[in-house]
Design a protein around this ligand. Sequence first.
Ligand code: SAM
Length: 272
Amino acid sequence: MSGRISVDLTGPQQTMLATLYAKALDADAAESVLGDSFARDAVARIDYDWKRTTITARQAPGVAARSKHFDTWTRQFLAVHDRATVLHLGCGLDSRVFRIDPGAGVEWFDVDHPDVIALRERVHPQRDHVRTIGTSVTDLAWLDRIPTEAPTLVLAEGLTMYLTRTDGVALLRGVVNRFDSGEVQFDAFNPLGIRLQWTNAVVRRSGSTLHWGISGQEEILAAVPGLRALWVGSVFESEELKQIGGLYRWLCVTCAAVPGLRGVAQYHRYGF
Ligand SMILES: C[S@@+](CC[C@H](N)C(=O)[O-])C[C@H]1O[C@@H](n2cnc3c(N)ncnc32)[C@H](O)[C@@H]1O
């Protein structure tokens, strides 16, 4: 079909096609978790054999639940800061800014590798107060382009595991040093989660390697002076996953009950 956009991505950049497709499948479900019609529209605009992502309708609610979790945290932050900066790192083609629809006092930056941002600019419409930055987040020069005055939310969904510990800690320190106040929100695997990466078909097929396994909040608090923990816990104990029911409820109950598994996937939220 003419006008559809072709993509040819490998490595970490490719994995965002899987999360996008999951959110599009979820949008089509009778009991959608996220209701992300923007993801469905984006998938329709891209010429890609989506089966290659390995994502099926069964996996879609789990991915959508993670995005819903960060949407909730983002809304909570913006509810108390109507003037704010949001740095959406490793944004992929996620349509969070459209789902959240922030007010005019919010300056939003979507940041990802240049090839992802080039695609993003073709797929999603432009919007006032939203800018994109095509860079590796590990090249900290991009931080100099961000205004520092407003409270700043740094949000990284599905990103930290692709960074090395050295780069991840440098990024967090860079954020805390540059901005006066705000929050840092991200998800993470622990070292066991990193060792289990061979079970993750999306990662395997993309040719990516996951690096950074985070043991818990102590590791972050010790490495990044200035952060204070607001909420750190298991993904398996999150309300969004429990609400899906069926296989997911069973998975959550089981993984949350086994000490060795509870921390495999974590949500982290810090203030500074
Ligand atoms: C699993 S996808 C998640 C995409 C999106 N956050 C979502 O949840 O749909 C991982 C994203 O992180 C991006 N990424 C990985 N390493 C990065 C880096 N060093 N700098 C910028 N983006 C990076 C990838 O390009 C990809 O878009």
